[in-house]
Every structure is written in structure tokens, then in C-alpha cells.
Write a protein of this length. Structure first.
Length: 387
């Protein structure tokens, strides 16, 4: 089985990113009221950037300037004051807040300084910062941003440098690459869900997903680099190994790359895709492409789960159980199972469903079924890329 990395990986990395162009975009969930998931195509022409299906792209985003301005107003800064930013660059504070500081989630250094400044009036937060209150602190912070705390404690005095010094560096966000260089040379496709929610009476948006979906166009530089998908690799094209791909939501992204690659390399072995989303009509990401692959035999089976098209939630793990006998027979033929998408809820539920069908159709006890899954893991036949 292939675990190789590209042979001539150019030196693009965190310190030396490729500045790509976002050449094309498409809303994949047109008409869906509950969510926005976007398809992006980055132009890599002339860069020599190399990657394999299963790799991710790390993107440097900018914060929303409107949020930076709101923070500046709350602090009484003009925005022109010079500060040393987390990259050790001397820049105007507004630029630092937009480009290099994390200005949404309150981190420990900011909270500690805030409680020191606020004294008794922030003693409840100071208590939560004690090591034995970790869970209570994360409950308190759920949906709470720096701007909320600045507004809650309006009389605190901060200098521009002091404020920037307690903020973390704005970190990259990773996205599973949704295309294969063999099928789409000089391109890198992404499938990005806009993170958007209401908390404390405000609409919040994820930094990078809102940047790419709402604040970029063709002229926006998109600094990026590849992060290798440790072990999330296809078998060699000539290996006749069944491939089962379980990717609800944006978890579909690497499997689009897998199928493009398998199509381009005429890969042997049958394939089965499990996909789940909210509504069949509006959220069936890349459905035309799956139809084409089914017609060509690149895909042998697609099984879908639409969570809100009926009264009861239907998720991919319900479909795994429903198709348990056939899935068990694929496992016994040596299939590799790939899982991508939500780590918190979906991946554990899918894991349980796999254990259940192995027990039910393999005639195994709970312990034997766990040992079977463990052996699959050791044999690299159960590979997960979850976030
Ligand atoms: C290997 C890997 C591959 C990935 N691939 C993809 C991909 O292909 N497509 C994709 O869309 N994403 C993918 N992700 C996730 C992606 O990296 C980002 O985490 C995601 O886009 C959110 O980033 P953001 O900057 O928009 O949001 P952020 O600014 O980072 O905000 C997200 C944070 O907001 C908070 N939050 C979210 N919802 C709520 C809520 N309802 N209430 C309160 N707080 C909330 C949580 O603290 C959450 O951590 C991947 C992650 C990894 C590690
Ligand atoms: N922190 C969290 O709680 C959380 C949860 C989900 C996603 N996320 C993050 O949100 C981003 C985008 O998510 P996404 O758009 O890719 O899709 P998603 O939110 O994972 O949703 C895709 C589909 O999976 C369904 N789903 C929900 N719970 C599930 C479960 N336990 N098992 C199987 N399927 C389940 C959803 O149904 P319903 O929505 O109808 O229930 C939806 O139909 C990702 O970065 C992901 O990590 C975070």
C-alpha cells in the first residue's frame, strides 16, 4: 500500500508559503437555509506545488476588519499606533489585529491580564482560570469572544502594545484537498463550510471560512502550504483492494480527490462512498460527479443519509448498519475504510457502527469485534482524518 510523499516537494511551508490565487468559487449548497458550503479552486500555475490525495492545505486568513475596528473602538485606539506584532514586525495596531493576531477566542494570557486589571469585578473569571476549573472555563468561554469581554469591562486601560502582546498569533486553518493533480494539474480544490452561529446576541463567523467565502476575490493573495495527510493514502492503482469512503459534510473533500486520482490512474478495486448532509435537494455536494463516476465504474456504490429530510435524523452510521451484511463482506475481502469529517460526534458514532456490524454479521462478541477493528487499524485498513 502506498504511503509515499511527493518526490520533489518544493519548500513551501509556514515560513515560506506559496501565495496562490483563488481562481474560481461555487456555492455548493444553493437554496439551503441551514448552511453554506463552498467549492474553491486555487491556481497553482508555475508554483511547482506538489501534493497527494489525502494531503491538506494550510491557509493563512485575515480577520474581519469590521471586528478589528470594533475592538479598536472599544479600546479607544485610532488604529495607527505602532506595535510589534506576534511575528515581531512593527506595524500599525489595526494591521496587527487584522493580519497577525487571534482576535476572536479569548486565550489564557488575555484573560489573566484582564482579571489582573479588573480586580474584584472579574473575580469569577479569575476563579475559572484556576487549573481545577477547566471544564467550567470552557463552558463559560463557549461562544464568548474578546470583544464581548472588552465591552463587559469598558473602563480597563490598555496600551496598544500591551493588548497585542496578550493575543496569540493568528494560526493557519487546514482544509482537506478536494482534487488530484493528476486530474487537475496546477489546481488545488477545497470544500469549505462557512462557520456561522449566534451567541450572546451577535452573529459570529469563523475566521478563515468567512474570510475565504465572504472577503476574498480573484485578486486576494491566498498564502498557503501543504500539510501531508499522515497515512490517509490510497492503495497503489494496481492493487485490487476495495475502498470504503465515509465522508459526511465537508468530510467528502479528500474522497473527491481520491476518486479523481483513481479515475486518472485506472485504479483496480471496487469503491463505496457514504455521504450525509442535511437535505438531498440542496446539500448533495458534487452529486453530478458521483453520477459520472458511477457510470464509468470509478465508483461502484454511493449510499446517502439526509439528516433533515424526514422527522427522524438519518446519519451515515444508520446507513452503515442498514448495509451491514454487504459492508461486512467488503471488510472480509480486505477493504480499507476511510473516515473524514467531524471528529466530535460523527467519527465516534461511525466507529461504533463499524463495531456493531462486525459483531452482528461476523458473529463476534464485543471483545472480538474490538480486536477485529484494532487489527484493521494496525494493518492500516482503518484510516481516519477527522477534525
Ligand atoms: C486535517 C483537517 C482538515 C480539515 N478539512 C476541512 C475541510 O475540508 N473543510 C472544512 O470546512 N473544514 C475543514 N477543517 C476544519 C478547518 O480547519 C477549520 O477548523 C474550520 O474551517 C473553522 O475555521 P474558521 O477559522 O472558519 O473558524 P474559527 O474562527 O476557528 O472558529 C471555529 C470555532 O468557533 C467555535 N464555534 C463553532 N461553532 C460554534 C457554535 N455553534 N457555538 C459556539 N462556538 C462555536 C468553536 O470554538 C470552533 O472551534 C479541517 C481541519 C483539519 C484539522
Ligand atoms: N464542534 C461541533 O460540535 C461540530 C459539530 C459538527 C461540525 N463541526 C465542524 O463544522 C465544520 C463543518 O461541518 P460540515 O459542514 O462538514 O458538516 P457537519 O456539521 O458535520 O454535518 C454534515 C452532516 O452530518 C450530520 N451529522 C450530525 N451529527 C452526526 C453524527 N453524530 N454522525 C453522523 N452524522 C452527523 C449532520 O446532520 P445534522 O446537522 O442535521 O444533525 C449533517 O447532515 C467542520 O469543521 C466540523 O468539524 C463542529
Amino acid at each position: 500500500m502506498s504511503l509515499e510523499t511527493p518526490s520533489s516537494r518544493p519548500a513551501f511551508n509556514r515560513k515560506n508559503p506559496l501565495v496562490a490565487k483563488i481562481a474560481r468559487r461555487k456555492l455548493l449548497t444553493e437554496g439551503c437555509k441551514e448552511k453554506e458550503t463552498w467549492h474553491f479552486e486555487l491556481d497553482l500555475q508555475g508554483s511547482g506545488m506538489d501534493f497527494l490525495p489525502g494531503d491538506s492545505l494550510a491557509l493563512f486568513a485575515h480577520n474581519d476588519p469590521a471586528l478589528a475596528d470594533e475592538i479598536l473602538a472599544a479600546l479607544g485606539f485610532s488604529g495607527d499606533e505602532t506595535v510589534t506584532d506576534p511575528n515581531k514586525q512593527e506595524v500599525p495596531v489595526r494591521q496587527a489585529l487584522i493580519e497577525s493576531c487571534s482576535i476572536t477566542a479569548p486565550e489564557k494570557k488575555f484573560l489573566t491580564t484582564l482579571t489582573e486589571k479588573a480586580g474584584e469585578s472579574a473575580s469569577d473569571i479569575a476563579t475559572l482560570l484556576q487549573p481545577d476549573h477547566k471544564d467550567a472555563l470552557s463552558n463559560y468561554l463557549w461562544g464568548l469572544e474578546i470583544i464581548d469581554l472588552l465591552k463587559k469591562f469598558p473602563s480597563l486601560e490598555w496600551t496598544p502594545q500591551e493588548f497585542v502582546s496578550v493575543l496569540k498569533k493568528l494560526n493557519v486553518r487546514l482544509y482537506s484537498i478536494a482534487s488530484s493533480l493528476k486530474a487537475k494539474p496546477n489546481e488545488c480544490h477545497l470544500t469549505v463550510a462557512l462557520v456561522q452561529y449566534e451567541s450572546h446576541g451577535r452573529t459570529r463567523r469563523g475566521v478563515c471560512s468567512s474570510w475565504i467565502a465572504q472577503r476574498t476575490d480573484e485578486s486576494t493573495p491566498a498564502p498557503c502550504f501543504i500539510t501531508p495527510g499522515k497515512g490517509f493514502r490510497l492503495p497503489e492503482p494496481e492493487e485490487d483492494i476495495p475502498v470504503i469512503m465515509i465522508g459526511p459534510g465537508t468530510g467528502i473533500a479528500p474522497f473527491r480527490a481520491f476518486l479523481q486520482e483513481r479515475d486518472a490512474t485506472n485504479a483496480k478495486g471496487k469503491t463505496w462512498l457514504f455521504f450525509g448532509e442535511i437535505h438531498e435537494q440542496t446539500c448533495f455536494l458534487y452529486s453530478d460527479e458521483w453520477d459520472d463516476y458511477l457510470a464509468k465504474g470509478v465508483l461502484n456504490k454511493v449510499t446517502t443519509a439526509w439528516s433533515r429530510d424526514q422527522a427522524e435524523k438519518v446519519y451515515v452510521q444508520h446507513k452503515i448498519v442498514e448495509h451491514g451484511a454487504e459492508l461486512w463482506s467488503w471488510l472480509e475481502q480486505g477493504a480499507i475504510v476511510y473516515v473524514c469529517g467531524d471528529a466530535e460526534r460523527m467519527a465516534p458514532d461511525v466507529d461504533k457502527a463499524l463495531h456493531d456490524i462486525i459483531a452482528a454479521h461476523g458473529g463476534k462478541s464485543e471483545e472480538e469485534s474490538a480486536a477485529y477493528v484494532e487489527q484493521m487499524r494496525k494493518d492500516k485498513r482503518y484510516r481516519r482524518d477527522v477534525y
